[in-house]
Design a protein around this ligand. Structure first.
Ligand SMILES: Nc1nc2c(ncn2[C@@H]2O[C@H](COP(=O)(O)OP(=O)(O)OP(=O)(O)O)[C@@H](O)[C@H]2O)c(=O)[nH]1
Ligand SMILES: [Mg+2]
Length: 363
């Protein structure tokens, strides 16, 4: 699962990306991968896993991860330019969700490409570019299908055409595709196009350091930016986050205390992006390892087992499940069993956020 960081030029994308890389990237993989230095595998912070690690103190802690890519800048009209089209859009199309950085910080030394600070305008510019780009793809495909449908009288083509027309009508009314509802068939037909306006979007207001204490006011003020499906808005200072991330652990805590913050805003952002992707963690815990595994919401126990190893999926017998809160309170599997809160679940059980699971299997 990969998230692309986008935004207008000089909005703070790379600063945010560096904060992510310093804060929680897996060392050996940071900066490697297809996109060169632009890809970072980032650990998802989860206090529940920390608690499990306390309970199983001999164990190694393995966090869930997601990947972030610093995709680069976008400016007004840029998706219409040749060359840029291919690179930037191919990069955005290949991600599962986007973090859109909007510049809110004032800084005379850093010119804003539009000449002033206005986050709503900047978001509109970006959405507009995405919209135009999706429309261009739709129009191409629709005109081809319209010819085919006359020649071939094929039901499949008719249905694809209908789905694409539904999308193009929405875009012409300036409605991003993520705001529409799709049947399973439509969703399947559209998947391959990887439409930009269909991607979940996390809007990050990159605020000045003097504004970080106003997080809740900002959230209210800019709530409208997050209207519609699969859109979330939050504020942070990319610059401050990257400074915090570069501090050694002990100094970091002191620094945060001085600023009156419990947890870096970056952690919240990572958790939000994980959630936006429709992902949840389940845990495994033992003397060797406590670990968070990533699955999509609504995953069956048998498929969840497959995340760990294909043998577990193939030879699945049952899942022994306890809610994190109960294990945390009772402190051991044995006590959970005693109290009757350790449940036996079959292959069709839908795994819940925070389930601690031991799989029984036989191959
Ligand atoms: N004062 C202030 N400056 C910031 C903040 N975030 C980023 N900057 C500065 O803004 C400039 C641009 O930041 P980058 O992170 O390089 O922005 P970018 O979006 O990656 O820029 P491009 O890749 O060129 O589009 C740098 O000089 C940063 O130091 C902030 O929160 N406050
Ligand atoms: Mg950059």
């Amino acid at each position: 699962m990969r998230i692309g960081i986008i935004g207008l030029d000089q909005s703070g994308k790379t600063t945010l990306f560096q904060a992510l890389t310093h804060a929680s990237a897996i060392d050996e993989s940071a900066g490697r991968g297809k996109q060169g230095a632009n890809l970072s595998i980032v650990k998802v912070p989860d206090t529940r896993l920390d608690r499990l690690h306390e309970l199983f103190s001999t164990a190694k802690k393995v966090q869930a991860t997601i990947e972030y890519v610093d995709i680069g800048g976008l400016s007004k009209g840029s998706t219409q330019r040749q060359g840029f089209q291919e690179q930037f859009l191919a990069n955005v199309r290949s991600v599962d969700a986007v973090v859109c950085v909007l510049r809110k910080f004032e800084e005379d030394l850093v010119p804003h490409p539009e000449g002033s600070i206005d986050v709503s305008r900047d978001l509109t510019i970006i959405e507009e570019e995405f919209l135009l780009s999706d429309l261009a793809i739709l129009e191409n495909r629709i005109s081809k299908l319209e010819k085919d449908v006359k020649k071939l009288k094929d039901e499949g083509i008719k249905r694809e055409l209908a789905a694409l027309q539904k999308c193009s009508q929405a875009l012409e009314a300036e409605t991003p595709l993520r705001a529409l509802e799709y049947s399973e068939e439509e969703a399947r037909l559209l998947r391959g196009f990887q439409f930009l306006t269909n991607k979940p979007i996390l809007i990050v207001l990159n605020v000045g350091e003097d504004e970080i204490s106003q997080e809740s006011q900002l959230a209210t003020e800019y709530a409208s930016l997050a209207s519609g499906a699969n859109r979330v808005v939050l504020s942070l200072s990319a610059k401050l986050e990257s400074e915090i991330a570069q501090l050694p652990d002990d100094e970091r805590e002191i620094f945060q205390e001085e600023l009156g913050i419990k947890e870096p805003a970056l952690n919240k952002m990572i958790r939000h992006s994980y959630d936006l992707l429709g992902l949840i963690p389940f845990f495994t815990a033992g003397e060797k390892e406590v670990r968070a595994w990533t699955i999509r919401k609504q995953t069956r126990a048998q498929n969840a087992a497959g995340e760990i190893h294909s043998d577990l999926e193939r030879g699945f017998i049952r899942a022994e499940v306890v809610q994190f809160e109960q294990l945390s309170e009772l402190t051991s599997f044995a006590k959970c069993k005693e109290k009757g809160v350790l449940r036996l679940e079959g292959k069709d059980y839908i795994v819940q956020d925070g389930d601690v699971i031991t799989f029984r299997f036989n191959v």
